[in-house]
Design a protein around this ligand. Structure first.
Ligand code: PRX
Length: 569
């Protein structure tokens, strides 16, 4: 049995876990928002305009570190102006409440401005991950018939315009010229020519659509998970309890808003709390990240196990070159956090790393290690107050503590998804047992209620905390002329958690070779996305299939792979 790590001394925003669990009601949080007294709802108002109205316009909202070393800041007042201005242009060009506005931009302030401007109009914002290539962009944009896209010249090259019949307006943040006939709008010229309406913001309802994130499961193309403005209730509260945010915090969430963590805890939760957000562009390097922490004086940091493992691999010598004394709270999400990483964190930063658990569909954190509570290494923590979780058997009965089963959450809760876009059947599939949302994760709970992650009950792959659907990778592989059949699984990996491994049957006339494998890796990388490309490819003569429907049995591939790994040990 591992021993638990006690909390650090100090006063945290959730001090008494047991008592708060007993007394807390989500309605208690409503009073924190403007709409509680005015009846006027809009996430962007609560994130930005409200702070300006409350005299906090001079505070820094965004601090941007560009990869060329440039550093810029945007105050809350500037963020209000910029989002009003862009929203005015978008409204002039036809964007209305309920429209889908895709945002395909690198990690820089423009992505924040674009998302918030769309939200100001009551549009449903759809941020795309910056690494997506044509297939990834096409499948997502076509699914909800996205009409509007905000992107830049470089990213636009990866948008297959000819295959996107609904797309009518492309707004380029660095476009030279507007060409209305082609539906291309240069934002610099539109902004320069247009007025800025400071009252452009539209009031919506708590149940109006706010954002859509496409997320992968084990079957089919990615599904559009739609969230409503009411998510702010839980995103604010977890920002307080789990992120422990206070007004003078400098906060860095390392995820891109194309992933749900980058939106919820990269944009919404910190802005709801009026803190300073650090944005770091460019690729990961251990040195670059430490520099960013030191230079900006980050106090609260939210990242993922793969990143921590990569930092850990660089050794203490590098860590010790930096003054990281401003850090006071660290969290992790997205994949299992190994106990070794927590022990390393204690040495490297003198702090505990707090694991948190949630999903795109859940809209906010549900299970977490809270700063005031003991951590049991290997556990994701306990259900936050207001949330009840259980471990269920296949029939929906609660299992005794200690037994492994389906991790389920009593539904609903404020941030639960509003719908799966045009897929009611998929939405309903999360609720197979009356009153429970079933996550697809397997877990056990100990007697104190701590939840221990045990894996997935389906074939979803989690590589570096990024959720990858095997079907999407298989579809891209099969579109290559050399591939007849493909079965894709997650193979355990010491750094990335899992890597994508593909088992392929080649078409007649193609021979196995290293150069073909390399070509197929690149093919997925350039058509779908780098993180989804198979780092390992095994050519086989046939794939295991179900007798009746002939579906590829990924479970069997996985079983054989795990067996092979255990023999190698
Ligand atoms: O399997 C769980 C894993 O990530 C899945 C959700 O992925 P996504 O919707 O992309 O959201 C990721 C970030 C919110 C879950 O079903 N996962 C998430 N957090 C953890 C985790 N696995 C282990 N430990 C965690 N803390």
């Amino acid at each position: 049995m591992t021993t638990s790590i006690p909390p650090l001394a100090g006063q945290f925003q959730l001090q008494d876990y047991e008592n708060t669990r007993e007394t807390f009601r989500w309605e208690d949080v409503h009073t924190q928002f403007n709409w509680y007294s005015t009846g006027n709802v809009n996430m962007a108002h609560e994130c930005v305009d409200r702070h300006v109205e409350n005299g906090k316009g001079d505070r820094i909202a965004l601090r941007f570190l560009a990869d060329d070393g440039r550093e810029t800041t945007t105050t809350y007042a500037q963020l209000k102006e910029e989002t009003d201005h862009l929203a005015t242009v978008l409204a002039h060009r036809g964007v209305q409440e309920g429209d889908f506005v895709f945002v395909f931009l690198p990690k820089e302030p423009s992505v924040y401005v674009a998302m918030l401007a769309a939200i100001k109009l009551g549009a449903v914002v759809a941020p795309l991950f910056e690494a997506f290539m044509e297939d990834g962009v096409r499948d997502r944009m076509n699914d909800c018939e996205g009409k509007y896209l905000i992107t830049n010249e470089a990213f636009y090259k990866r948008v297959p315009r000819g295959e996107l019949p609904a797309l009518s307006h492309v707004f380029l943040t660095d476009g030279k010229k507007t060409n209305e006939a082609e539906g291309i709008f240069s934002l610099p010229s539109e902004l320069a020519a247009g007025e800025r309406d400071p009252h452009i913001l539209r009031w919506v309802s708590l149940d109006s659509g706010l954002n859509i994130h496409y997320t992968s499961g084990s079957t089919g193309k990615p599904k559009g998970i739609v969230h409503a403005h009411r998510v702010m209730i839980q995103q604010y509260q977890t920002g307080k309890w789990v992120l422990d945010l206070r007004e003078d915090d400098v906060y860095w969430c390392t995820a891109h808003p194309g992933w749900v963590t980058g939106t919820v805890y990269g944009v919404f939760a910190p802005l709801l709390h009026g803190v300073e957000i650090v944005i770091v562009s460019g690729r990961f390097t251990a040195e670059g990240w430490y520099q960013a922490l030191e230079k900006t004086g980050v106090t609260v940091w939210y990242s993922a196990p793969t990143a921590f493992r990569m930092l850990m691999a660089q050794g203490a010598e590098l860590t010790n070159q930096f003054d990281l004394s401003s850090l006071r709270h660290i969290m992790s999400v997205g994949e299992p956090l190994n106990p070794e990483v927590i022990y390393w964190g204690q040495k490297a930063f003198n702090l505990r790393i707090h694991d948190t658990w949630w999903m795109t569909e859940t809209g906010a954190q549900l299970v977490a290690n809270l700063p005031s509570q003991p951590i049991k290494p290997g556990s994701m923590g306990r259900a936050i107050p207001g949330i009840t979780v259980a471990v269920l058997d296949d029939e929906g009965n609660e299992l005794p503590r200690g037994e492994i089963g389906h991790l389920a959450v009593q539904a609903p809760w404020p941030a639960l998804m509003k719908e799966v876009w045009r897929n009611e059947e998929k939405f309903q599939s999360y609720f197979p047992f009356e009153g429970w949302y079933v996550s697809g994760d397997l877990a056990r709970q100990d007697d104190d209620g701590y939840v221990f992650f045990q894996g997935r009950s389906d074939d979803m792959i989690n590589s570096s905390g990024e959720r990858i659907g095997p079907f999407e990778v298989e579809s891209t592989l099969i579109s290559h002329p050399a591939v007849a059949e493909a079965g894709v699984i997650g193979k355990p990996d010491p750094v990335r958690g899992e890597i994508v491994k593909a088992f392929l049957v080649l078409r007649n006339g193609y021979e196995e070779s290293e150069s073909l494998k390399e070509e197929l890796y690149r093919y997925v990388k350039t058509h779908l996305a780098g993180h989804a490309a198979p780092r390992e490819i095994q050519i086989v003569s046939s794939l295991p299939k179900t007798k009746i429907s002939g579906k590829i049995l990924r479970r069997e591939l996985k079983r054989l792979e795990l067996e092979k790994l255990s023999l190698q040990r």
